[in-house]
Write a new protein. Structure first.
Length: 157
């Protein structure tokens, strides 16, 4: 049984609960669910689907890959453009939004991942604020879904 890790990394910029930021938050979670979660067991299938779309150039995609080699794709939505990044040889899928309200995104993300269905259990493994050169102040939340004593791991960002 795999251990699944779900990570949310947000730039700490509160835009307030405007209708636009709420739309961005909803679109972010929809993209995350329909792309990353849907392909949790085989991110290569997602990579193949996305390969039909134009990728970001390497100098721009590196901003979204957390130091890993890989690819990133812009994903247009009526509420804005999002980016999906998948590092090579890692079982990680990341989605980035530009103007989603951080409080709303955190609340939605926490509600989705803080509880797992039996036999899985959920555990908060990271709740960290830091400042980065690329993104300024950020907040990273990570939840792990696991079956006690499982040996394999897989990650989603």
């Amino acid at each position: 049984m795999k251990i699944l890790m779900f990570i949310l990394l947000l730039a700490v910029v509160s835009t307030g609960f405007s209708s636009e930021s709420v739309k961005q938050t909803n679109a972010f979670m929809n993209i995350y669910s329909s792309l990353c979660l849907k392909h949790v067991n085989d991110l290569e299938v997602l990579r193949k689907k996305l390969s039909k779309l134009p990728k970001l150039p390497e100098n721009k995609s590196s901003l979204f890959l957390s130091g890993y080699e890989g690819d990133a794709w812009p994903v247009p939505d009526k509420s804005g453009t999002f980016v999906v990044a998948i590092p090579n040889e890692k079982n990680i899928c990341m989605v980035f939004a530009r103007r989603a309200d951080t409080a709303s995104a955190e609340k939605t993300f926490t509600a989705l991942f803080s509880k797992a269905k039996s036999p899985l259990e959920s555990k908060l493994v990271k709740d960290e604020y830091k400042t980065t050169n690329a993104n300024g102040k950020t907040h990273s939340l990570s939840y792990e879904w696991f079956v006690p004593n499982a040996q394999k791991k897989c990650c989603l960002c």
